[in-house]
Design a protein around this ligand. Sequence first.
Ligand SMILES: [Zn+2]
Length: 462
Amino acid sequence: MIKFPSFIDSHCHFLGCGYAKTLLKLDDVHSILDLQSLLKQHLDEPFILGRGWNQESLTEKRFITKQDLDEVSTTIPIVLIRTCGHVISVNSAMIHRMELKNTNLDETSSLENGIFVEDDIHLVYDLLPKPDINQLKKYLLIANDLYLSNGITSVASDDFCIFDIPYENVIKAILESYEENLIQVQITEQVNLPNIEVFKDFIAKGYVNKNYGSFKMGPLKLLSDGSLGGRTAALRLPYNDDTNNSGIKTFTDEKLFELIHMADKEGMDVAIHAIGDAAMDQVINAIIKSLNITHRINHHHAIIHAQLANLDHIKVMKEFHIGAIVQPVFLNSDIPVINERIGERKAESYLFHTMYLNELCVGFSTDAPVENLNPFENIYVAMNRKSIKYPFLDQHLENEAFSLNEALECYLKNNIIYTYESKKPSSNYVMLDKNPYTIDDLSIKDIKILETWIDGICVYKK
Ligand SMILES: [Zn+2]
């Protein structure tokens, strides 16, 4: 057994991971027919809720539609969330409940096909059963076990928008879970409050940067666009494989600036999801505009994902000390689609090592449940730039590969910054079955966590 520091994940959905565990798992579905036979085993349930499908893993290579799901049932509502969480397919029984007569849908959503994307997914989420505090605590407990078994003892996590419930219910559930010793993983909340009135309420109640010990309030988290896989990431030029579509910006420039500036002037950092190059432009401009007013220097503003950050973006990010919270493991699912989606533009995509060399504060994370939580799978992809799911496919920009030490710096040292942990050497550690420093690069993904220790107590044993 090898003693090793425990891991920090700088962007994930802790509560969402626990919740996702309770949903029907669609990750291993490889065709619409497979999916239909899986769903048919659940026709005794009043409501079928699944997560994890990805059209790239289906032989049909297309989104799941209402028609596919109506072949399973037209009376039991079926709601299937894509792996990215930005696209949802539903059947006609669900649409029937949604009363959409006067709703203007985004043009990428399709009522006819039962597909809802980005903001429109809330039309679906609003109708899902809402958990009470005890159910939230159950999900947190499930998540805690999952994280500890992956050697993760601290996270920056986006939990306020997993359900359509007041954010204070989530705070209450988390605090009670610590009090009752149900959870031990430390949580820095990435405060996802895109509604200006609700965010004002958060500020007025004194929650900004509030520290409860194991739980603290971190940066304002916003999503400025969607995902590359779902063709909802906001691009400067249209998608190569959908020439009428340049993706979706969630906010107008004005509204994004307003929210970012509200946080920035309170001394609160921001961590903004941006994937496409147009989203990168918009977010960087808004942060700079705010910094030009507040003149903050010791901020840790960051962009989450930054997949299509080009060399110019990286230069400006460096100048204004804007960090990058990135997910090398996204290449796991994205390698098969990068070329189709962006063609030539792929030469300046996923430039995570270039960011590192340009001295941006690069933090590694998984965005779980979007990708697997396992730090060694993430490190494997960072070091090898290869997909674990599609091992026969080529590397993506192999020059962008990290060394083990560099990858660990992003996972440990830099993520301390994004979780606002004290910089004292942590007494948290894991026991591994193999030594990452002596194993070959291709076997790194197979390293197993045998034990996880927090404050001298063994909290997980394999
Ligand atoms: Zn996320």
